[in-house]
Design a protein around this ligand. Structure first.
Ligand SMILES: Nc1ncnc2c1ncn2[C@@H]1O[C@H](COP(=O)(O)OP(=O)(O)OP(=O)(O)O)[C@@H](O)[C@H]1O
Ligand SMILES: [Mg+2]
Length: 231
């Protein structure tokens, strides 16, 4: 058993113990007005268990050879891992995630690498949405919500799986459009972006999987990345 598995077991064991404890406390204090804080503790532990599950999917995903992998599982565990960044905060309501999942067969790939691409693209979308919010109030954003749209489909003619990740963030200016996949290219502040996400993603999709990744973007409207992978 490796260190990660040990750590996971410990983590789950602790979470379960916390949950048991909460249930005991709940019995004692049920009549008083603490149910709200108990509820939030319960949600907290549920979330720990969820993250631990996603981490497991991610850690098991590093394979030496290509294996059949359900792309939707990869997208869903990425969304779970990034949930803390998607949820509401003081500045904005929750980012809406719209999933238009089509019928995708399992795809032969390196799942760990594909998940890394999803993390890069979805993190970039969240960054773009947060940037597009600057100068807007909570109410403004609520009226025109931040949204990430994930679409999957099969192009049976070309024998390809298509995965689209779009956002209604600030978009990319013409000047930068052909630079964004460049090694170390970033428009983000020092310490916020290293400019590696997209260049790594392109390597993974195109060199390791024989696929293609392109970007469609309109300044002020939003951005969409389209990945195609051979079936
Ligand atoms: N969804 C998007 N909307 C607008 N701009 C984007 C989007 N995705 C990427 N970009 C632009 O492309 C640049 C490069 O992205 P990339 O992911 O390679 O690096 P980064 O996000 O700046 O840093 P890192 O990913 O290494 O933390 C970003 O700095 C940003 O200007
Ligand atoms: Mg990035």
């Amino acid at each position: 058993m490796d260190l990660l598995q040990l750590y996971e077991q410990e983590f789950e064991h602790k979470s379960q113990k916390i949950q048991q404890k909460i249930e005991e406390i709940e019995l004692d204090y049920l009549k008083e007005d603490v149910p709200e804080s108990i509820q939030s503790m319960k949600e907290g532990t549920k979330r720990i268990i969820e993250i631990s599950k996603s981490m497991r999917i991610f850690s098991r995903a590093d394979t030496i050879a290509k294996v059949p992998f359900n792309i939707h599982d990869g997208l869903d565990s990425t969304l779970l891992i990034l949930k803390h960044r998607l949820k509401a905060n003081k500045k904005r309501p929750e980012i809406k995630v719209v999933k238009n999942y089509g019928y995708l067969l399992e795809i032969n790939c390196y799942p760990g690498q594909i998940n890394q691409v999803f993390i890069n693209l979805i993190s970039n979308a969240i960054d773009a949405l947060d940037e597009s919010n600057s100068g807007k109030t909570f109410t403004d954003i609520k009226a025109a919500p931040n949204q990430i749209t994930i679409t999957t489909e099969i192009d049976s003619e070309k024998q390809q799986a298509i995965i689209k990740i779009g956002d209604n963030g600030m978009g990319i200016s013409e000047e930068f459009k052909d630079k964004i996949f460049g090694h170390l290219f970033t428009t983000k502040a020092v310490g916020k972006g290293t400019g590696l996400g997209l260049s790594i993603s392109r390597k993974i999709i195109e060199e390791k999987h024989g696929g293609k990744i392109i970007c469609n973007s309109e300044l002020g409207t939003g951005t969409e990345f389209v990945i195609s992978l051979p079936l």
